[in-house]
Design a protein around this ligand. Sequence first.
Ligand code: C2E
Ligand code: CA
Ligand code: CA
Length: 560
Amino acid sequence: MSTSPEEFFGELNQDAVSILNLISNLSSKEMIGIMDYQNLSTWWCDRARDFFKLSDNVIVQEASEVYEMIHPEDLDKFKEDLTNHMHGKNLEEPMEYRVLTGDSSYSLFTTKMDIVWDPDGKPKWIVMLTENHGISDEVDAVTGLYGEELFDQRVTELVNQEKKPAILKIAIDQFSHVNVMYGANYANQVLSEVAYILRLAAGKKGLVFRLSGAKFALVFENMSEEELERIYQFIQDSLSDHLAIQGKKAPLKVSGGGLVISHSQMDSIAIRSHLTYALNHSHHHHHGELVVYNDEQATDFDDNLELISRIHEDAVKNREGFYLCYQPIANTATGKIMGMEALLRWKGEPYGVVPPGYFIDWLEEDPCIFELGNWIIGTALADAAEISKTYPGFFVHVNIAAGQVERREFRESVMALLMKSGLAPSQFCMELTERVREMDMKFLRKEIEFFKGLGIKIAMDDFGTGNASLALALDLPVDELKIDMSFVQDIQRVPVKQAMVRAIVDFANNTGVETCIEGVEDQEVLEYLRQYQATWHQGYFYSRPVPIQEFKKLLEEENI
Ligand code: C2E
Ligand code: CA
Ligand code: CA
């Protein structure tokens, strides 16, 4: 039986209803509810009634109906908070929980409560202010997990409250392949399944967050490295073995970086950098085994941390410490320098010059790589334009990160930078590394085709490393293969390397693709490499990477 709001409020003035509705409408997100403690019926403002599709403003809701809408991970906490609040406990702490608001999407809600007591000291009215924070950034619509922003907030909170957070960052390796091979629908199902397993792994002890792409984080309080390792083991086992989607077995390989903070006060940038660093190490050097850091580790680790923060700050703010060095690219037939590759450096006291090996892995994963990348391209183009006044046709190669290509504005900024420099597109070559090739192939091909359409050259860097096969690589319309220097080290003594270099160069020559052999360190190797007839050579023999002024001198000396 339904009650009218007038009956519900009884002795309250009828205007109260209108006033409360008005108040709720004045705010953009907040919804007002008032519960009669005697019979547990609740009056909800019009907005809440419409939002939750309630049959009436005043209703008695079954607890189970409410619980069904709450995210399973939040349910226990929700019940506990509700009980506490209804007894007047912890009222100063708002309840926070995710609510199913669409077919499969969750929104983040917070509810503040307070109680109007009757003269005998019994609760009379429970007043609730519920805010819908939306599905936009805070909650990931695919997995229902909290998003990146809340991850930062949560971790900062735990650090500030000295609750000793332990964090596990997990990435699914080569997830873009799942997307390409099976489509976005299937990929989303995989992500939901992964989210489920991660929630299982976190249990009641931790919270799970979805970070960008196919990356996740689990956050715990007060957990040892050993426990973190056990949890990671469980995740690894479950994902490599037990996962089945649409009846198909879908073994996934993951990498994991961990961080246990028990003493120090780290800021969120340091925490992020650290996790990315650990995750990259796991991926590139430990075949996906967990790499965990704690804040008690050696002091050079702290140095490292400070260095990372400094470099990050420079990258985001004014690029103060950054500059470019250039290394010659020489024609193999004539030995003449015809172009150069731009290589990033960072310099700052007390560290001196820091090569990119120390920072490029995590920097490439940080959103700031886009702006920094534009600065690199702009600077390299301007320097090359200057040189090409004296040496017409002189070209410049620039290394490009996945984080640049995948941004919608990338095309525009490259075109604008090229226009500004006055350099011809054919004098500009973008080098793509293995990390770029892990992107969605369809998308990558489209981007490459676009830039080639403008006349810009594309080279595939570090060719022969990683797991890109010749056929797969040549599936992309590139102009040049840069043969990784690991093939050159010791080549005179290792027949397999000789065969590989020969195969790559022959294959490229036959398909009209140019080649560059990297790591030519001395005369002896140079002489030996001539037989392969690659198009270009690059290496310390010609010069180490040097700042632009020195590079110009080098050119002058060569051309005297
Ligand atoms: P890479 O693109 O393969 O660059 C070649 C690296 O080999 C450079 O290291 C260069 O100094 C080094 N090298 C050149 N000749 C020789 C040689 O004869 N012998 C030996 N042993 N080494 C040689 P560097 O400058 O430390 O750069 C390392 C990597 O960092 C680069 O590898 C590239 O992947 C990345 N990187 C550098 N600059 C940038 C940049 O501006 N943007 C991006 N996204 N990545 C960059
Ligand atoms: Ca390169
Ligand atoms: Ca290379």
